[in-house]
Design a protein around this ligand. Structure first.
Ligand code: ATR
Length: 277
């Protein structure tokens, strides 16, 4: 059978860790396939999608800045993509180009690994109201979290998300954070604060009760200031790398026909890559 081809596209794309993840699985499972990073400028993205099938691709991943354009251009969307308003995974099914979103799955699967029972730990506070926040809120709703509190520097963006996701999702400005954390069971940072080059604390975990879980979707650095502050306080903290690893699983299965495993070995490979750069 002919070699199967998949890709990740973004602009820029050189620093993507997806080729390492999928390359590891292709080698591990002995699959005759490739997964390459392709830089596509926004102006060329629609033409790139049109040419996928003729260029022999089974599908691929889409990252910044193409996730919303992919959402608009695909022929069919899965439920998660509809809810989140962005597409990160493409594949062909019944001669149609499908777009899905696996970020919510990645978020939930990471917490399932490192904080089992997380979804019934009490109210959730989500810091940030951008694209990543939408994926997190969708995951929380799917898993039955009934009190989701979005906190954002720009209140209007939090309000927009609260309207979008409906019952059980409230919007707050940053000044309310301390009060909202006092009885929360889960704190999620989706803002760029704490990211390498953007050092800062998006909230003080000291305001949380002792049973709370703290997680960050940022994974460079692996130990963000928020996670370090949570651990220093004795709280359970989960880094964001597992979300990256787990979001890759459904795409690999669609393109290459094998559901891959997120293992300690894969995590070590990506941690080494983060530490090397
Ligand atoms: P993404 O798709 O990664 O979520 P985004 O849509 O640009 O990116 O959203 C970034 C989020 O980080 C927003 O919630 C943003 O707050 P605003 O909506 O007020 O801009 C938040 N953010 C970024 N830098 C921040 C900072 N220095 N302080 C507080 N929030 C910040």
């Amino acid at each position: 059978m002919a070699e199967k081809k998949a890709f990740v596209t973004g602009h820029p794309i050189a620093h993507s860790r997806s080729p390492k993840i999928h390359g590891h699985w292709l080698a591990k499972y002995g699959i005759d396939g490739t997964y390459q990073a392709i830089d596509v400028a926004p102006a060329d993205f629609a033409a790139f999608l049109k040419g996928l099938w003729d260029n022999g691709f089974q599908g691929g991943n889409v990252t910044i800045p193409h996730k919303e354009a992919a959402f608009a251009l695909v022929e069919r969307r899965d439920e998660a993509a509809e809810a989140i308003g962005a597409v990160n995974t493409l594949w062909f099914e019944d001669d149609k180009l499908w777009g899905g979103n696996t970020d919510a799955h990645g978020f939930a699967a990471n917490l399932d690994d490192y904080a089992p029972g997380w979804a019934s730990n009490g109210p959730a506070v989500v810091l940030g109201a951008g694209g990543a926040s939408r994926a997190v809120i969708h995951a929380l709703k799917e898993r039955g979290v009934s009190d989701i509190r979005i906190v954002n520097r720009t209140l209007a963006r939090a309000e927009e998300l609260s309207r979008r996701f409906g019952a059980g999702v409230s919007a707050h400005g940053a000044d309310a954070t301390g009060e909202l954390l006092a009885d929360a069971g889960l704190l999620v940072n989706t803002t760029a604060l704490g990211m390498h080059g953007n050092e800062g604390l998006s909230a003080d975990p000291a305001a949380l009760p002792a049973h709370a879980i703290v997680t960050d979707i940022v994974y460079v650095p692996l130990e963000t200031p928020l996670l370090a502050a949570a651990r220093a306080r004795g709280l359970w903290a989960v880094d964001g790398l597992g979300m990256l690893l787990h979001q890759a699983v459904p795409g690999f299965e669609r393109w290459f026909g094998k559901r891959p495993e997120v293992t300690a070995e894969l995590r070590r490979i990506i941690v080494a890559d983060i530490e090397a750069h």
